[in-house]
Design a binder for this molecule. Structure first.
Ligand code: TYM
Length: 330
């Protein structure tokens, strides 16, 4: 089986450090290791209400952000989900295979719908089926994501297995979620037990890739921590989620192990570690935000890149979609 990497991101506002360390930074590495398709999940974004003009702007913003982070459209196929209608078509076909009981277990739906479950959109509920279509369409073998997407990928595997069995075909490849590294789950700077997220109302909870140096330094300085010095080993981080998170972020940015970072900072307090982390982030993120500003100057070029990517993706998707229709007798 040939290796094919596929992953997506919702174009909802700024990229934050969780997206960058949990997914994008690894995408950039993977584009040199084999065929990759990366897309803007703009159809997933409409499962909650979005202002249309803002969504249009966010799509370009996210395309620019991915390229600024190092995604090279000449190496990886970069496209918008909406421009490859096969995603929607296959999603509908897979709705016949996905079970209500499976979707009822999805923790992200429970979190996002909260107490207002009855008022959530059908799209938010069926969201993981579209995500399954996203990867099964291309026979993805590797899907690099953060920890929070693991359950959705397991569902995609269940759907693929059931479809192949129900129709007696070997159409869909089972995708392998690639989750790992010290920053598979980057946590909020305000609360070490909540993930860093675009939907957190407090901007102080996350570092955005567009934050300026002063903002980054101040967010890190004000990040919640504890009064103890850093321990020598990972065991010493037990029960200290905020400390563990900051060490993980540092390690993610320098491609070190958290244990390696601890070995250097052991015995120091956050008064010393925080400025070091802040400066590291400023230094690493500055070139990205500079490129981002430049790329945003040319929206037509961004649109052209995405269109070209969609053309390639459409050609790759067509045989699988045709195979699914055929298997079902349509
Ligand atoms: P999204 O847009 O919420 O996030 C994009 C990627 O960033 C990762 N991520 C994190 N990683 C570590 N720590 C965090 N705090 C953190 N926050 C976000 C996510 O795990 C993800 O890898 N449903 C997906 C988009 C999607 C997709 C797909 C992904 C649609 N179709 C098919 C893979 C394959 C989502 O909303 O990701």
């Amino acid at each position: 089986m040939t290796k094919r990497t596929v992953s997506g991101i919702q174009p909802t506002g700024n990229l934050h450090l969780g997206n960058y360390l949990g997914a994008i930074r690894r995408w950039v590495k993977m584009q040199d290791e084999g065929e990759c398709l990366f897309f803007l999940a703009d159809l997933h974004a409409i499962t909650v209400h979005n202002d249309p003009a803002l969504l249009t702007a966010n799509i370009r913003e996210m395309a620019a952000a991915l390229i600024a982070c190092g995604i090279d459209p000449d190496k990886a196929t970069l496209f918008r989900q909406r421009q490859v209608p096969a995603h929607v078509e296959l999603c509908w076909l897979l709705n016949g295979t996905a079970r209500i009981g499976w979707l009822n277990r999805m923790t992200q739906f429970k979190e996002k719908s909260g107490k207002n479950r009855e008022g959530a959109s059908i799209g938010l509920y069926a969201y993981p089926v579209l995500q399954a279509a996203d990867v099964l369409l291309y026979n993805a073998t590797h899907v690099p994501v953060g920890e929070d997407q693991k359950q959705h990928l397991e569902l995609a595997r269940d759907i693929a297995t059931k479809f192949n069995a129900d129709f007696g075909v070997n159409l869909f490849t089972l995708p392998e979620p690639i989750i790992g590294g010290p920053a598979a789950r980057v946590m909020s700077l305000r609360e070490g037990t909540a993930k860093m997220s675009k939907s957190d109302p407090s901007d102080m909870s996350r570092i955005n890739l567009t934050d300026d140096a002063d903002t980054i330094m101040s967010k890190i300085r004000k990040a919640k921590t504890d009064p103890d010095p850093l321990p020598e080993t990972m065991e010493g981080l037990e029960g200290r989620p905020e400390a563990r998170n900051l060490i993980g972020i540092y390690a993610g940015m320098t491609d070190e192990t958290p244990a390696g970072v601890l070995a250097r900072f052991a015995g120091q307090g956050f008064g010393q570690f925080k400025p070091a982390l802040g400066e590291l982030l400023v230094e690493k993120l500055r070139p990205i935000s500079k490129r981002l500003v430049a790329l945003k100057q040319d929206p037509l070029e961004l649109d052209a890149i995405l269109l070209k990517g969609a053309e390639k993706a459409r050609a790759l998707a067509a045989p699988t979609l045709a195979g699914a229709y055929q298997a079902m007798g349509l």
